[in-house]
Design a protein around this ligand. Structure first.
Ligand SMILES: Cc1cc2nc3c(=O)[nH]c(=O)nc-3n(C[C@H](O)[C@H](O)[C@H](O)COP(=O)(O)OP(=O)(O)OC[C@H]3O[C@@H](n4cnc5c(N)ncnc54)[C@H](O)[C@@H]3O)c2cc1C
Length: 601
């Protein structure tokens, strides 16, 4: 004890342990000592993590509710998070899961399951919920007699069939014997009131069912929490960033207008990884606002109350409401306000109304049928403005204080007039260097590079779908990853639309990109698309799949993603000698094992 120094005394070790440690230290170099200290630190951390996880494990006696969030877009995610918080505040134990991480085979053990889902396009199931949907719809789906369920369906503006997939889910849950906790809540993006009502009723009904529900969640004890990640800046609390560059990257004669935008995030403490997107709060176009106000005989400086603030109608239209999307409700209410018989007639036939909103932007409707409205009436027609998401096209490891995006302007030509999308028009046309922009990071754990850097990857993207692959390649270049990289890219025209051409060429020269196949649909008489290139390379794609490659698809959900999937199914069927049903199973398994990831919109 006499020779013991102060530090030894502070160590919580027995004399024997101390002796062993000293002996070990005397034989180690400085580097070995440093490594050992790191290793001990890791062991200590693992133990404390394990302890804290234990604390979070759900007890058999707890009443458990599973909230499944099924969409890549912010609205569904934020509603799911709000419901999770709401139940927490009301002492209802619940867990929040991303649909893609949900172990759906365990659904038979659930007691209360709340599904929050977005339907989009021609009523499409979002990527995250596909596996769950297929499982529930399959012949192997289990009996769900013990399940109480509730479904909240949000409808994307572009969706033709109102919440059809939500209806299919409900119908199937009933067929499998489960009980509805609450009538399905269907909503379009104007969902605030619906959400508030549904969440209150849900809580009330769950409280009423307490005696019936006997928990039996042994499997949950094993399950680590799969809570959706959050960051400091959120949709509701966005960061204010500065635009560094806004450059058009399609040629002068291109039919597309695509911009590369760089945003400064230094000092903002924003972190992102390849696969994430940024959410952008955009401003509506000044001329569009002036036109609308003039057509409705409303003065620009009329005052209006928005969330307890008095602001001008001009400011309200610029920052708070959607002006570029038309909905059935808008047409119906505008027809009532204006008493316009043509509009009333359209509004009374659902199929006509659906076609009308697809082909008639709000400003065109008002131009065709102008009328006198008050500011309050106008505001009551409109949907609240929602931010848009853009895939990040840079890697923070390589670019550090910037985030890059690749924006294609949505343009519609109707009766000789061109109409731009709200956010894409703003980003491409209004933002200059030094402009201020409100952003937040939207994490996407369903679109990630493999952790093992030796795994080959196949990236398939058309148009702006190439964006996340620029981020992937920057990351793999930065990490010196050894895995092979194959890009399939499609766009209309080689000379006009080869996005980031020189960067890909550098990567090919370096040997980072091992294969690249391009499809220029309009460069020859017959159209060539990305799926044609995939088919042409079927044998090699199959050998990459056999090697363990991960496949990524990004871009247009309604055409490209479907055609590409069909091509992949054909390749699997041909090379693995499987019929189409089994090929589908094979692809489903790739998806389940995160070897087939899509980010389509
Ligand atoms: C996860 C995710 C990642 C995304 N990444 C990118 C990206 O990297 N680059 C990019 O450019 N976009 C990306 N998008 C799409 C982007 O979020 C916007 O949807 C797009 O820019 C259109 O928004 P807008 O406000 O300009 O058009 P809006 O004002 O919303 O739409 C105006 C009109 O055009 C219609 N419309 C909207 N989109 C289309 C379309 N694609 N084709 C035809 N009509 C349409 C609308 O129905 C409406 O009638 C992504 C979307 C998601 C969900």
């Amino acid at each position: 004890m006499k020779n013991q120094n102060m530090f030894d005394l502070l160590l919580p070790l027995s004399p024997e342990q101390l002796n062993n440690l000293k002996q070990l230290k005397s034989t180690c170099t400085n580097i070995q000592n440093a490594c050992l200290s790191g290793d001990f630190w890791k062991i200590a951390n693992q133990t404390s993590n394990a302890k804290s996880l234990k604390k979070n494990e759900l007890n058999d006696n707890d009443q458990i509710i599973s909230i499944i969030s099924a969409a890549q877009t912010g609205n569904v995610k934020s509603l799911s998070e709000r419901l999770h918080e709401y139940f927490n505040k009301n002492n209802r134990k619940n867990r929040l899961l991303n649909a893609i991480d949900y172990k759906f085979h365990n659904i038979k053990d659930e007691k209360i399951l709340i599904l929050i889902i977005l339907t989009q396009g021609k009523s499409e199931i979002p990527e995250e919920a596909l596996s769950l949907y297929n499982f529930i719809m399959s012949r192997n789906s289990p009996n769900l007699n013990n399940l109480y369920y509730s479904i909240f369906v949000l409808r994307d503006i572009s969706c033709n069939l109102f919440c059809q997939e939500g209806k299919n889910f409900s119908k199937r849950f009933k067929e499998l014997g489960s009980n509805s906790l609450l009538n399905r809540c269907d909503s379009d993006i104007e969902c605030e009131n619906n959400y508030n009502k549904c969440s209150r009723n849900l809580l009330k009904n769950i409280n009423n069912k307490e005696m019936i529900l006997q928990p039996s969640f042994s499997y949950l004890k094993k399950a680590a929490k799969s809570i959706l990640s959050t960051s400091y800046y959120t949709k509701k609390n966005p960061a204010t960033a500065v635009v560094l560059t806004n450059q058009k990257i399609t040629g002068r004669n291109s039919i597309k207008d695509v911009h590369h935008i760089e945003i400064d995030i230094s000092n903002l403490n924003i972190n992102y990884v390849p696969g994430d997107a940024i959410g952008i709060w955009y401003k509506n176009n000044t001329n569009l606002i002036k036109n609308i106000l003039e057509l409705l005989s409303i003065k620009t400086f009329d005052k209006i109350k928005i969330k307890n603030n008095i602001i001008t109608i001009f400011d309200a239209l610029q920052n708070n409401f959607e002006l570029t999307t038309n909905t059935k409700n808008i047409v119906k209410n505008y027809a009532n306000f204006t008493k316009n018989t043509i509009l009333k007639n359209i509004a009374s036939h659902d199929a006509d109304l659906q076609q009308y909103i697809i082909h008639t932007p709000l400003i065109k409707m008002i131009t065709d049928y102008p009328s006198k409205l008050s500011s309050e009436q106008l505001i009551s027609l409109l949907c609240p403005l929602t931010p848009r998401l853009y895939s990040i096209s840079s890697s923070q490891a390589a670019i550090h204080d910037e985030v890059h995006i690749t924006v294609g302007v949505v343009q519609k030509l109707i009766s000789g007039c061109s109409y731009s999308g709200g956010a894409s028009g703003y980003l491409a046309q209004s933002l200059k260097s030094n402009s201020i922009i409100k952003i937040f990071i939207e994490t996407n754990n369903n679109f990630r590079l493999p952790i093992n850097q030796n795994i080959p990857i196949i990236m398939i993207g058309s148009g702006t779908g190439i964006a996340p692959f620029r981020s992937f390649m920057q990351q793999r270049d930065n990490d010196n990853s050894k895995g092979k990289n194959w890009i399939f890219f499609g766009n209309p025209n080689f000379t006009e639309d080869f996005l980031y051409q020189t960067e890909w060429q550098q990567y090919i020269k370096k040997g980072l990109i091992t294969n690249m196949h391009l499809a220029w649909s309009q460069d020859q008489e017959h159209k060539v698309y990305i799926q044609d290139r995939i088919r042409e390379n079927g044998k090699e794609i199959w050998s990459w799949i056999e090697e363990g490659a991960q496949i990524y698809v990004c871009g247009n959900a309604y055409k490209m993603a479907k055609d590409v999937e069909k091509a992949l199914l054909d390749i699997i069927s041909e090379n693995n000698k499987l019929n189409i049903e089994n090929s589908y199973e094979f692809l489903k398994n790739l998806r389940l094992n995160k070897r087939y990831q899509r980010n389509v919109y």
